[in-house]
Design a protein around this ligand. Sequence first.
Ligand SMILES: C[S@@+](CC[C@H](N)C(=O)[O-])C[C@H]1O[C@@H](n2cnc3c(N)ncnc32)[C@H](O)[C@@H]1O
Length: 218
Amino acid sequence: MGNWLEFWANNETNWHSDVVTQELEKYLGLLKLESGDTVFVPLCGKSLDMIYMLNRGFSVIGVEVSEIGIKQFFHENGLDFTISQVGEFDLYSAKNIEIYCGDFFSLTSKHLCGVKAVFDRKSLIALDRNLRQKYVKHLNDIISLGVRILLITLHYPKHQMSGPPFSVDKSEVESLFSMAFNYQELKPFQDIENGLKLARSGVDYIENAAYCLQKVRE
Ligand SMILES: C[S@@+](CC[C@H](N)C(=O)[O-])C[C@H]1O[C@@H](n2cnc3c(N)ncnc32)[C@H](O)[C@@H]1O
């Protein structure tokens, strides 16, 4: 996690987007949420997608290891917040949003009480292969049966770049989630902003994908 803290400290957050993720706008309906429902955003950074969900009438729970990132999120969006201690986490709270500052792998189902859906953009793909398996296993352990996940991934020729972001293709998504989830692959899409950033890293192609998954087995 040390690298991530350094990225934040050095303001090297080029994964951050100043616009809401289009696939969230497009596919939020697939999560079948009702007004007031809570969405969990793992490894949330200072994503504006959280603001989008708040504006749509949902509550948000995030987890992020960087205090800098969390503070920037609240300051840049003009949200007054309080900080409290919950076990090993500092919990940053504002109206309808709570962000746990600490390690995703230390979260338990108690922290995610009432969560109805998960939005994962650049979280799974932020982790190397071993951590991705651990991440999905842990996510599965802490969410309830029936919870849906909107997952955004990308893949590119692995030998051309080491990541992050890491290349995660459809067969890996299948093998990671098949033990407990049903899944639907959504239409592949172009992500011009990220495409340009990655093209500069010398990869020949990038394919973006989105999946709607649902936990159907314990
Ligand atoms: C690539 S960024 C994506 C952030 C966000 N999902 C977005 O779309 O902008 C990955 C984030 O995960 C955070 N992170 C990495 N490992 C973590 C962990 N084990 N627990 C909590 N946060 C973590 C990093 O600090 C970083 O902000």
